[in-house]
Design a protein around this ligand. Structure first.
Ligand SMILES: Nc1ncnc2c1ncn2[C@@H]1O[C@H](COP(=O)(O)OP(=O)(O)O)[C@@H](O)[C@H]1O
Ligand SMILES: [Mg+2]
Length: 242
């Protein structure tokens, strides 16, 4: 792999190993995601998905191997690497008494960016939040609406990599579909997306590529345009049974 190619990836994991005591949570995990690419990391509970995200964020240190986020090594400059990452947690915490626009403006400001109302509304719309909710207090927001605000906060950060951990768990079908649209919107901006998910059903629509992780090993990677939704499910079940 040439230096030039290495630099153009938004994310690259090089043989990353992580142990928790005697347990090998990740075994020499290597993967790369290009700008604008959506990668779905599939795997059962305990496969190592969250561990991989925590290593990328620099919250955990690998036993060996290393990680580059848009050309910045996480171990050498964790703050600079993290500045390039937006992370959408499973539960997006918002100020209940502030509106969607105010929450977004507040969190963007914490990240060093001042947004006017027009910019904030444009980001909320891009993240899929309906106009009538922009000025409403977040106290009454559903999980799906909170995630859209979270996605807008991520977009405001101008990150190069977006990480999502099980984003559609606990969402109804319509909200999960909206989230997929928001993720694709982020990708169209050139953001690379790594999404840990159980949601096989939506993988074909949201992801360009998938990887199946089991017991810390990446068993297979495929482009989703080569597979039907049914074939993705069959591949997953086959890999889990293997
Ligand atoms: N902080 C921790 N301490 C000890 N073991 C952990 C810790 N975090 C994760 N593990 C173990 O590492 C493995 C991978 O976990 P995790 O990354 O959470 O999987 P997933 O997100 O795919 O469900 C599991 O066996 C889990 O029990
Ligand atoms: Mg997990």
């Amino acid at each position: 792999m040439s230096l030039l190619e290495t630099r153009s990836d938004a994310l690259r994991l090089h043989e990353v190993r992580k142990d928790f005591g005697a347990r090998h949570a990740l075994e020499a995990l290597s993967l790369a995601i290009a700008p604008g690419e959506v990668y779905a990391l599939l795997g059962p509970n305990g496969a190592g998905k969250t561990t991989a995200l925590n290593l990328i964020l620099g919250f955990l240190t690998p036993e060996s191997g290393h990680i580059d986020v848009a050309g910045t090594r996480v171990d050498r400059d964790p703050l600079a690497a993290r500045a390039k990452i937006a992370y959408l947690p499973e539960t997006v915490m918002l100020h209940p008494s502030l509106s969607a626009v105010e929450n977004l403006s507040y969190f963007a400001l914490l990240g060093g960016r001042r947004l006017d109302e027009v910019q904030a509304r444009a980001l909320l719309t891009e993240a899929g939040l309906q106009d009538e909710a922009h000025a409403r207090r977040a106290a009454g927001f559903s999980k799906g609406m909170r995630q859209k605000v979270g996605l807008a906060i991520a977009l405001a950060k101008n990150a190069q990599l977006l990480l999502l951990d099980e984003p559609t768990s606990g969402l109804d079908a319509s909200a999960a579909n909206d989230l997929s649209q928001g993720v694709r919107a982020a990708a169209r901006r050139g953001i690379a997306v790594l999404m840990a998910t159980h949601d096989l059903y939506r993988v074909k629509d949201v992801a360009h590529r998938l990887g199946i992780l089991r017991a810390g090993r990446l068993l297979v990677e495929r482009h989703t345009d080569e597979l039907s939704a049914t074939e993705i499910e069959a591949l997953y079940l086959e890999q889990l049974a293997a």
